[in-house]
Ligand binder design. Structure first.
Ligand SMILES: *Cc1c(COP(=O)(O)O)cnc(C)c1O
Length: 368
């Protein structure tokens, strides 16, 4: 090939580093010929999907020849009812990742910039750069967002600030009063994306609900997902809630049928299944405690987390430990791409998975 086709891509695309996903189970099977594999790498729900959701999907399969409802009326109505919102505030996405991209396409581009935190979710710089905007990364404070510094980093060309509460991969969080103070400082012309992908897991009394801030802050976009606590990562469905004008802008750049019909029906059903959500929450709470205790026993430091994952530190580069765990059929997540080469992020699994991980880790550390 005499033509370099990557060189033909937009300069901002050529400079992009692609997102690094967790290793799929099938890939490790192919590579090592292992069959008994657990994946604690992508913050998926270890319970599997809710049986009620599976039932609803089965019924919907009969209609796969039809396009989905491009307005997602039924799902929007379920969201609006559950959280006391207006339909006009909701934008559905193919995962909440899709909504983050919609914000970037609607509000970012060449000559504009977006502010996000060091150790912030990897998608923020990718969405920003992919539309030719500049990312401004603000140093973290104790691995968490330094909201004061982030507000101070806003320039006249800043159009979007991305914050995650809690943040992935650190599991750090900010309080109501911290969010309040931050939103007071951000100019009204700057869109604040508050990514609440893990909000269902958090127990902290001072933890804010982004929806409560929408009325006072018309520049706020709250994103949520069905991929984590609702156990539907494979289906790809999430949403944002904002003022209707922002929703209108997002809707203009959205693919007409960005959420498929199985995902729509699954998400509307999942929203009604409070029992499953509670179980997910409780399994996670107990799992997090088990992992923390396990790390303490092994003399390892970790970042206290309120999500469904926890990042643990080692005194040495984490890559050999990651590889050692793979050899034992345990997939976790390296975070070197986040600037943490001595750490690994572990998604909370079932009790049996968490125990198996801790045993594998102890073995790897002994032989290291
Ligand atoms: C997992 C995650 C998402 C959600 O991704 P989906 O596209 O909804 O699956 C969004 N933000 C953060 C911080 C996440 O960790």
């Amino acid at each position: 090939m005499s033509q370099d086709y990557l060189a033909l891509a937009m300069p901002c695309v050529q400079k992009l580093s692609p997102y690094i996903p967790g290793k799929p189970i099938e890939e490790l099977q192919r590579e090592l010929g292992l069959y008994d594999i657990i994946k604690l790498a992508s913050n998926e729900n270890p319970l599997g999907p809710s049986p009620k959701v599976l039932e609803a999907i089965k019924k919907e399969i009969a209609h796969l020849t039809l396009y989905p409802d491009g307005n997602g009326f039924v799902l929007k109505q379920a969201i609006a009812q559950k959280f006391n919102l207006q339909l006009s505030q909701i934008t559905l996405g193919n995962g909440s990742n899709d909504v983050l991209d919609l914000v970037a396409r609607a509000y970012l581009g060449p000559g504009r910039d977006a502010v996000f935190s060091q150790y912030g979710f990897a998608v923020y710089p990718i969405s920003t750069q992919s539309v030719g905007a500049r990312g401004i990364e603000v140093p973290a404070r104790d691995y968490g967002h330094d909201l004061e510094a982030m507000a101070a980093a806003i320039t006249p060309t800043t159009s979007v600030v991305f914050v995650a509460n809690p943040n992935n991969p650190t599991g750090t969080w900010f309080t109501r009063s911290q969010l309040d103070a931050f939103l007071q400082r951000v100019p009204e012309r700057v869109i604040v994306v508050l990514d609440e992908a893990y909000t269902e897991y958090v127990d902290e009394a001072e933890f804010p609900n982004g929806f409560d801030y929408l009325a006072a802050h018309p520049n706020l976009v709250v994103t949520r997902t069905f991929s984590k606590a609702y156990g539907l990562a494979g289906l790809r469905v999430g949403y944002s809630v904002s003022n209707p004008q922002i929703a209108d802008a997002l809707n203009r750049v959205r693919q007409p049928f960005n959420v498929d019909s199985l995902a729509l029906v699954a998400a509307s059903t999942a929203l009604q299944d409070d029992e499953y959500l509670k179980q997910s929450h409780n399994v996670n709470r107990d799992g997090l405690k088990l992992l923390e205790t396990g790390f303490q026993r092994l003399g390892l430091r970790y970042i206290p987390s309120v999500g469904n994952f926890i990042t643990v530190h080692f005194d040495c580069p984490a890559q050999p430990i990651y590889q050692g765990l793979l050899q034992q059929g345990v997939i976790v997540r390296p975070v070197a791409n986040y600037g943490m080469p001595h750490s690994l992020r572990i998604s909370v699994g079932t009790l049996a998975e968490n125990q198996r991980f801790l045993e594998a880790l102890a073995t790897v550390l002994k032989t290291a």
